[in-house]
Design a protein around this ligand. Structure first.
Ligand code: ATP
Length: 306
């Protein structure tokens, strides 16, 4: 029986390996399929960036024609400033970041960077100008160094370490037996949501783009992790044109302008102080999030119910 068991066991391991590889391939094809949603316009030119002002002008969008998601969204992020977007789950906040990165094209209106319609420039130049720290960072089944270094081809180990230090993940990395050579991802060391976001921040710092999009993790972080991420975000966004998609309100207080979204519309806008003084939806959301935790209502996904 043992003679049978060994090959069967080997086959089991092999099966799991193949299945995992297929899962990775599947993820890659999903990403590639998304990339194919848009194409360079004939004669597209490279994006010219100077100060870097981002504008959404009366943007309409639907993933599926029968279900419009954005209904005429307009705002501007002046060069070097931060605009934060808040609102209930499903309001269309993350959709804004997907449109800016041109995973999809707008159905109406336009998005410009320094006056250039992003549909008229090459995707390559657009994506070089924008760094996204996504909600759920996909880590490659590779070393931490590779995962951070992916932000900029040819980055040296010293540059990778400097980015990791700035993202406050260096100490955690060197505490692992294999340090920067530790394999992470589904088949390696599993990182917490906060640690993954810090790897993504390090990756983006290394890329050093003029436009930063920070799509805050929806999953609740413990308060120490949340404060750390906020501090890193603050230093990372210094001097950059930044869009923060906020799922908690604590990240938005310093923003130049806060947009409150509901069902694809901007229903309130202003600074934190102005919105609190206005006593509208933002003020109610703020009051709700700053109750004692045991009083705060949450939906099943951990979102605060506004
Ligand atoms: P959350 O706070 O939960 O992240 P959000 O405000 O960021 O929400 P979006 O992710 O922008 O919301 O989604 C807006 C709407 O678009 C949702 O109703 C969602 O179901 C829908 N949606 C998102 N992605 C797709 C997609 N790829 N195909 C079809 N519908 C989608």
């Amino acid at each position: 029986l043992i003679q049978l068991y060994i090959p069967m066991n080997f086959l089991g391991v092999l099966y799991r390996e193949v299945k995992q590889s297929l899962a990775d391939l599947d993820k890659m094809f999903t990403l590639l399929a998304r990339e194919r949603e848009v194409a360079d316009a004939p004669g597209a030119v490279a994006l010219q960036v100077s100060g870097v002002t981002v504008r959404f002008e009366d943007v309409h969008f639907a993933y599926e024609p029968a279900r419009p998601i954005l209904h005429g969204v307009s705002f501007e992020i002046p060069a070097g400033r931060t605009v934060a977007v808040v609102g209930a789950s499903g309001a269309g906040k993350s959709t804004l970041s997907r449109l800016l990165y041109r995973f999809y094209d707008v159905s109406g209106g336009r998005i410009t960077i320094d006056g250039q319609d992003i549909r008229q420039v090459t995707q390559d130049s657009l994506r070089r100008a924008i760094g996204i720290v996504p909600q759920d960072t996909v880590l490659f089944n590779d070393t931490v160094a590779y995962n951070i270094g992916y932000g900029r081809t040819g980055a040296t180990r010293d540059e990778i370490e400097a980015a990791a230090r700035a993202a406050h993940i260096h100490d955690f990395i060197v505490a692992q037996p294999k340090g920067y050579d530790t394999v992470v991802g589904e088949r390696g060391l599993k990182l917490s949501g906060g640690e993954k976001q810090r790897v993504a921040i390090a990756r983006t710092l290394l890329k050093n783009p003029p436009v930063l999009v920070f799509d805050e993790a929806t999953s609740a972080l413990d308060s120490a992790n949340e404060r750390a991420i906020q501090a890193e975000l603050k230093s990372a966004s210094q001097g950059k044109t930044t869009l923060v998609i906020a799922h908690r309100l604590s990240t938005v207080v310093q923003a130049h302008e806060i947009l409150v979204m509901d069902a694809g519309h901007i229903v309130e806008r202003g600074t934190h102080e102005a919105l609190l003084a206005a006593g509208g939806r933002y003020a109610r959301m703020w009051a709700l999030q700053h109750r004692r935790p045991e009083d705060t209502a949450q939906d099943p996904h951990g979102h605060q119910v506004a």
